[in-house]
Design a protein around this ligand. Structure first.
Ligand SMILES: [Zn+2]
Length: 81
């Protein structure tokens, strides 16, 4: 049986590379970014390689700086009381 890298979080699942869409929230804004991640088969934790981490960090910085012109506008964020 194939045993991949065991998840450091739960120690039970095996990690497999998948394309995932992460939703990142920065203050009242959210941005979706599609990256490759190693996903645990047991606890579903996402582990990002340096390239994916850099991509995520870049969009977080864009939101912090209000630099969103290059991002696709998907919708608004609402809050129910
Ligand atoms: Zn796990």
């Amino acid at each position: 049986m194939f045993q991949g890298v065991i998840c450091p979080r739960c120690g039970q699942g095996a990690l497999s590379p998948q394309i995932v869409t992460e939703t990142i929230v920065v203050s009242n804004n959210a941005v979706q970014v599609t990256v490759q991640a190693d996903v645990c088969s047991f606890c579903s934790e996402h582990w990002f390689d340096p390239q994916a981490t850099a991509k995520i960090d870049a969009v977080i910085k864009s939101l912090h700086d209000g630099n969103v012109a290059h991002l696709k506008h998907l919708g608004e964020l609402y809050q129910a009381s």
